[in-house]
Write a protein that binds this ligand. Structure first.
Ligand code: FAD
Length: 464
């Protein structure tokens, strides 16, 4: 970008909200995946109007813009593939309206997810989607990735809570989509198309979200298993028995030991796998459900069903799960974390398949994740400097995605496609599916300037 273009950015955002120093560009060159490309400038939006002016400027000057929340994405979504401008949304972080009577909250897109709960709790409400990154990801990033989390099994994912949004379209127009009513079918479900759009179709600046009453009671337990298979089968059986826990998280032996080495959370180092299970609702219902869970896990040779007796005990168990990724990251220099997902009934096959793949390609793997959703995070623990191991890992990742597809599952349950899974999307949705995505992208962004090269290539890029 030239000097006059930078000056124009400063005129829109103010001197201190435009960065161009090399050190700053390095800081905005990556997310939590492995991609790394430096932008030419970073700007911090504080108003929707600034975002609109930026996109008008970008369209006039044909400069690419990559929206960014907190850069915690695991698929490379906020990495500026074509350089240009990174638009950081994290300074748009105000709560605009809290409406407990209608169980709604309207926030700016850069607000950290967990901060929504800090407001909601005042009226005994909560925001159910609960990604492991809840303490640092932004709600805009969650909407753009349709983030899931630890409560997805019972409460669903981000898309189930988005009611309304303000969006800046690629050419700078500002639109308000959706409605605060419980029901709204006037026109296409346009807010829906932005959920999971990975910053390719527009920039969310405000979002209205539904909230729920905090459940009266919770029952939490750790089910300890001596085989991987029995833990996976227990998940399928619990669902088949008609129980819907709010949380059912899986951790295998490698993950358990990584966590214990990282932080003592009281997990059994000798277990093949554990399930962290929580039921909630009114006290009788939560207790009745955890009792049914206990019956199902015991049918599957659960060695021990340890109920949390205090909220401190429960918090320790959940803390273990929340540090799983950081703990695995400390085992080897690098990791590749995936989020292939299958129907719950196919979870035992998926777990077996993942271990077979790791054995075949001789790669260390830790498996954890939202088992109740069929959404596992097989995490390959590797050293990227080791060329031979990297080559084997690439084959293992491809085999993993193929396994998910063969089991009628999906290559991504919650982290999105971005750069990391782009080569595999066609296998999942077919050539016609890719063509439809390209047409939609072209309609919103005819010059392909907003986060180009993510999820799929546009035909011109393929030719290049
Ligand atoms: C330790 C850890 C645990 C995690 N646990 C989970 C989990 O349990 N479940 C889960 O789903 N994910 C999880 N993630 C992944 C990640 O936190 C989510 O994808 C999150 O939604 C990303 O939010 P962000 O603000 O960091 O967005 P970024 O990473 O900055 O951006 C993600 C994508 O959204 C786009 N984007 C960001 N803001 C906007 C906006 N306002 N308008 C339009 N597009 C925008 C970006 O261009 C990019 O494509 C985890 C990540 C880490 C590091």
């Amino acid at each position: 970008m030239n000097k006059s273009q930078i000056e124009e950015l400063k005129a829109i955002f103010g001197e201190s909200d435009v960065l161009t120093d090399v050190e700053d560009m390095v800081a905005y060159s990556y997310d939590a995946s492995h991609a790394e490309i430096r932008p030419e400038a970073v700007v911090f939006a504080r108003t929707t109007e600034q975002v609109s002016q930026l996109m008008k400027f970008a369209y006039r000057q044909k400069i690419c813009v990559t929206p960014r929340g907190q850069g915690s994405g695991l698929s490379g979504g906020s990495v500026p593939l074509q350089k240009g401008i990174v638009l950081s949304m994290d300074k748009m972080n105000k709560v605009l309206d809290f409406d407990p009577a209608n169980r709604l909250i309207t926030v700016e897109a850069g607000l950290t997810t967990s901060e929504i709960d800090l407001v909601a709790v005042e009226a005994n409400l909560f925001y159910p989607p609960d990604p492991g990154s809840v303490a640092f990801s932004t709600i805009g990033g969650n909407v753009a990735e349709n983030a899931g989390g630890l409560r997805g099994l019972k409460y669903g994912v981000t898309k189930d809570y988005v009611k309304m949004m303000k969006v800046v379209l690629p050419q700078g127009d500002i639109v308000t989509l959706g409605n605060k009513c419980v029901k709204h079918v006037a026109g296409f479900n346009m807010e829906g198309i932005f959920v999971g759009s990975e910053g390719l179709l527009g920039i969310m600046t405000e979002v209205t979200l539904a909230l729920l009453p905090i459940p009266e009671h919770r029952e939490s337990a750790l089910a300890i298993f001596t085989t991987l298979d029995s833990a996976a089968q227990a998940v399928a059986d619990i669902i088949a028995a008609g129980v819907t826990p709010s949380t059912m998280e899986f951790m295998d032996n490698a993950t358990i030991n990584a966590i214990q080495n990282f932080k003592d959370c009281g997990l059994p180092r000798d277990a093949a796998a554990v399930l962290l299970i929580e039921t909630d609702g009114d006290e009788n219902a939560a207790k009745a459900e955890i009792a049914k869970v206990e019956i199902e896990v015991k049918k599957n040779n659960c060695r021990e069903f340890a109920r949390a007796k205090t909220s401190a005990e429960r918090d320790t168990l959940f803390a273990g799960r929340r540090v799983a990724l950081n703990a695995l990251a400390s085992v080897k220099p690098n990791l590749i974390l995936e989020d292939a997902t299958v129907m719950r009934s196919r979870l035992p096959e998926m777990v077996r398949g993942i271990t077979d793949i790791a054995t075949k390609y001789d790669i260390q793997v830790g498996i954890f994740g939202h088992a109740g959703d069929g959404n596992l995070h097989p995490t390959f623990l590797i050293d990227m400097q080791d060329k031979d191991e990297m080559a084997r890992t690439e084959k293992a990742v491809a085999a993993l995605f193929q396994l998910a597809i063969d089991l009628d599952g999906t290559i991504s349950g919650e982290h999105g496609i971005g750069l990391e899974k782009k080569p595999f999307l066609q296998n999942q949705i077919g050539g016609e599916g890719i063509a439809l995505l390209q047409n939609i992208k072209r309609t919103f962004d005819p010059l392909n300037l907003l986060n180009p090269g993510k999820m799929f290539d546009m035909p011109a890029e393929q030719a290049a």
